[in-house]
Ligand binder design. Structure first.
Ligand code: NAD
Length: 452
């Protein structure tokens, strides 16, 4: 049996091994899922809702355990990891309300009754990246299960630990065998089989744009619907009329959270030219106060990067860059990286590519039109923030920036009861929010003739 060795990113040391799934394992899991799904979809909606609430309760009882595992496996600070585990329970509770609310329509027709039904796809494949192993998994499996599907879930090879445990907790909570199965393994084997397997009827992929395009192409060949949550290069736009103190104090969290390994990271800060120097002056102490260190210690803001290879890739972005200042990072064998703030121009690599690490490019702009032009000068369109005390400007700019998730005078990106997803190369479709369960159904239209 082939195994995956897990490395603790805070020490660089291996700490756990688990079985690596094969293509045959996927086929066997899908066969079990097909059987489990039939019974699950046949349950009354209230019974499915109760089962999801029971699952949420078991997750709540294991928040501390899941959080400790995430610290070890992903290097997330303990406070963030607790939030993530709790978020899984919240998402489950939210979508536990969906089975009883998923309803079709009655269309007025002559000679009979025309009704639409929302029917589950059957088996859904959920492919998860390494940066938020628990939350992103839940965004897929919770609404999919609520809509009456079974789920096969592939965590990233680097960070499968918590997803595997969540799969075990589903069984402890009483979810039927085969309904939610977690298959750690390589994308080229497990992920590709989700795409090519005829009984996996929908795929949800979160990860890089490059792999997302390949997954979408594979799904197109199978005429299989796919939701894509991909990369980002989001802008944090700061106008001179903004509350600069607040904007600067919150900027480190908006890009260095999860060590910048966040699709919504505001990795470009666009500052109106007249406020540029003042903003950097205010940002420097905020970055110095950003606590980088032992992720298991309470109060740590940022842990290590996920791997040595990824850290080296992030470091390469600083070659030849005009680094304004850096935060701190511990010495030692972990994959540490001191956050960096770079003065940049729009053509610079650091201002164009997704870095997925704690490096932020700060660029000046001249006026509102220039800010919008720069914000949209990227292939991506996931998130972004706008800081201004001018309400009209906040409205105008938020409507003009081509991103799926924006916030004005805040850095909020994710509220599970609101839709989330990207425009342009950042994705296709939306997750979360009131409509997500419906996205895991197909509409059937039936006409019942009432005339002989
Ligand atoms: P990745 O694309 O390398 O891998 C993502 C997942 O896809 C992993 O589970 C991987 O094993 C699997 N995979 C790899 N090749 C595959 C294939 N050929 N077929 C099917 N599956 C395959 O991404 P990553 O490095 O794990 O994550 C980082 C990326 O994810 C970043 O670009 C980031 O912006 C993006 N991301 C986006 C969101 C969002 O919601 N928009 C959220 C988190 C991360």
């Amino acid at each position: 049996m082939s195994t995956i060795t897990l490395i603790d990113p805070a020490t660089g040391q291996p700490f756990h091994e688990l079985a690596r799934a094969t293509e045959a394992d996927v086929d066997a899991a899908v066969a079990r899922a097909v059987v489990a799904q039939r019974d699950w979809a046949a349950l009354p909606p209230g019974a499915r809702a109760d089962a999801l609430r029971a699952f949420a309760r078991v997750i709540e009882e294991h928040v501390e355990e899941l959080a400790r595992s995430e610290v070890r496996n992903s290097g997330h600070p303990i406070g963030s990891a607790r939030w993530e585990a709790g978020h899984v329970a919240q998402v489950l509770n939210y979508y536990a309300g969906a089975p009883e609310r998923l309803m079709g329509r009655q269309i007025p027709v002559d000679g009979g009754i025309d009704v639409t039904f929302h029917e589950p796809y059957g088996v859904v494949g959920v492919i998860v990246p390494w940066n938020f192993p628990m939350t992103i998994a839940a965004w897929g499996f919770a609404p999919a299960l609520a809509a009456g599907n079974a789920v096969v879930l592939k965590p990233a090879e680097l960070t499968p630990l918590t997803a595997v445990r969540i799969g075990e907790l589903a069984l402890e909570a009483g979810l039927p065998e085969g309904l939610l199965q977690v298959l750690p393994g390589p994308g080229s084997v497990v992920g590709e089989r989700f795409v090519s397997h005829p009984d996996v009827r929908k795929v949800v992929f979160t990860g890089s744009t490059e792999v997302g395009v390949a997954v979408a192409a594979g799904c197109a060949r199978m005429l299989k619907p796919v939701t894509l949550e991909l990369g980002g290069k989001s802008a944090n736009i700061v106008f001179a009329d903004a509350d600069l103190e607040r904007a600067a104090a919150s900027a480190p969290g908006a890009v260095f959270d999860n060590a910048g390994q966040d699709c919504c990271a505001r990795s470009r800060i666009l500052v109106e030219r007249s406020a540029y120097d003042r903003f950097l002056e205010l940002l420097e102490p905020a970055v110095a106060a950003w606590r980088v260190g032992d992720p298991s210690a309470e109060g740590t803001d940022m842990g290590p990067l996920i791997s040595a290879a990824h850290r080296d890739g992030v470091a390469a972005f600083l070659d030849g860059a005009d680094v304004a200042f850096r935060g701190s990072a511990p010495d030692g064998d972990g994959f540490w990286f001191a956050p960096a703030v770079v003065r940049a121009a729009s053509g610079d690599r650091v201002a164009r590519e997704e870095i997925f690490g704690p490096v932020v490019a700060v660029l000046p702009f001249d006026d509102e039109a220039d800010a919008i032009r720069l914000a949209n000068d990227t292939v991506y369109g996931l998130a972004g923030s706008i800081w201004t005390e001018n309400l009209g400007r906040g409205v105008r700019v938020s409507r003009a920036v081509k991103s799926g998730v924006l916030s004005v005078n805040s850095h909020a990106s994710v509220r599970y009861w609101a839709p989330f997803g990207g425009m342009k190369a950042s994705g296709l479709g939306r997750e979360l929010g009131p409509d997500a369960a419906e996205h895991f159904t197909e509409t059937k239209n039936v006409f019942y003739a009432t005339e002989a």
